[in-house]
Design a protein around this ligand. Structure first.
Ligand SMILES: O=C[C@H](O)COP(=O)(O)O
Length: 277
C-alpha cells in the first residue's frame, strides 16, 4: 500500500492481536488466508491503510517470514517488550531484537498486562521510550476501568473524568518519548474488552474526540513540538465488522481481537476502514 495520508493527515490504521488464543498451526493458517484475502482485495481499497497483525512471541519470526515471502503489506506487531535493549532479564524480550525481527508496532499497557502482570504507567513510559528509540511505534493501550453509571447521558464533567483517567496512563509515556516520535493510542474501555459487544458508538466518539482535544491542547498547541498527525487513535474492545462507520468521527481505525479471529471478518473490517472503490 502507498504511504500517502488522508485529509486528516493521518493514515487509517487497523490491526488484530491474537493475544494467547492461537497455536502455531492456527497462526500459520490464519496468516496464509489473510495474506491471500488482503492481496486480492488490495486494488479495490479506496485509500491506503496500515494493517498490522500481532502474534505471540513464539510465532513472531515465522509470521515475519510469511509476510515477507508473500510480499504482503501486513505490518508486524508485538504484544509486549522490555525497556532495556539487553541484559540479565530472564524471560523478557528486547526492543532491539523486536526491531531486528521486523516489528513496527509494539503494544504496551494492555488492560490484561496491567491487571494480571502489574504493568504500571511508569513501565509503559519506559517501554514507550525504548520502542521509539529502536525505531518502532508504541501502541499504547489506555482506558477507564469502570463503566460510567450515566453512560447514556454523560455530562461534560463525566467525559472529563474518563479522559483524566486515560490521560494519567498516557502522559508519562508522551513525556518519556522524543517529541518527533509517532505514537498510537488504543482506547479500550476495560469494561468493554472481551464482551459480546463494544461500547456504544456515541460514547466512543465522545471520549476519543475529547482525547484528541486533550492531546492537541497539551502537546500540539502548547508548542511542545508534536503534531496532530503524529498520534493516531484506535478503538478496541469487542470491535468487529460494522463498527468503524459509526465511530469514524473520533478514531483513525480499530484495534481488533476475537471478532477478527476469522480472516474474512478481518478483511471485511479492513475494507470498511480503508473504504472501497
Ligand atoms: O487486544 C485487543 C483488545 O483487547 C480487544 O479484544 P476483544 O475484541 O477480544 O475484546
Amino acid at each position: 500500500m502507498s504511504t500517502s495520508a488522508t485529509s486528516s493527515g493521518r493514515r487509517p490504521l487497523v490491526g488484530v492481536s491474537f493475544k494467547m488464543y492461537f497455536d502455531i498451526p492456527k497462526t500459520k493458517s490464519y496468516l496464509d488466508e489473510s495474506i491471500s484475502l488482503l492481496s486480492s482485495n488490495l486494488s479495490s481499497l479506496a485509500q491506503p491503510a496500515d494493517v498490522f497483525v500481532i502474534p505471540d512471541f513464539v510465532t513472531l519470526t515465522s509470521v515475519a517470514s510469511q509476510i515477507s515471502s508473500a510480499n504482503s503489506t501486513f505490518l508486524l506487531g508485538a504484544q509486549d517488550v522490555h525497556s532495556q535493549d539487553s541484559g540479565a532479564f530472564t524471560g523478557e524480550v528486547s526492543p532491539k531484537v523486536l526491531a531486528q525481527a521486523g516489528v513496527k508496532f509494539v503494544e504496551i499497557g494492555h488492560a490484561e498486562r496491567r491487571r494480571y502482570f502489574g504493568e504500571t504507567d511508569e513501565d509503559v513510559a519506559n517501554k514507550a521510550a525504548a520502542i521509539a528509540k529502536n525505531g518502532m511505534v508504541p501502541l499504547i493501550c489506555i482506558g477507564e476501568v469502570s463503566k460510567p453509571k450515566n453512560i447514556n447521558d454523560l455530562s461534560i464533567s463525566d467525559v472529563e473524568m474518563v479522559v483524566e483517567e486515560c490521560w494519567r496512563q498516557i502522559r508519562p509515556a508522551l513525556e518519556a518519548m522524543d517529541n518527533q516520535a509517532e505514537v498510537v493510542l488504543a482506547y479500550e474501555p476495560v469494561w468493554a474488552i472481551g464482551k459480546s459487544e463494544p461500547a456504544s458508538p456515541e460514547y466512543v466518539v465522545k471520549i476519543t474526540k475529547a482525547l484528541r482535544r486533550r492531546y492537541n491542547k497539551d502537546y500540539v498547541e502548547s508548542a511542545k513540538g508534536r503534531t496532530d498527525a503524529s498520534m493516531r487513535i484506535l478503538y478496541g474492545g469487542s470491535a468487529g465488522p460494522g463498527l468503524f462507520a459509526k465511530i469514524r468521527e473520533g478514531v483513525d481505525g480499530l484495534f481488533l481481537g476475537r471478532f477478527a479471529h476469522q480472516p474474512q471478518a478481518f478483511i471485511e473490517t479492513i475494507k470498511e476502514i480503508a473504504g472501497t472503490k
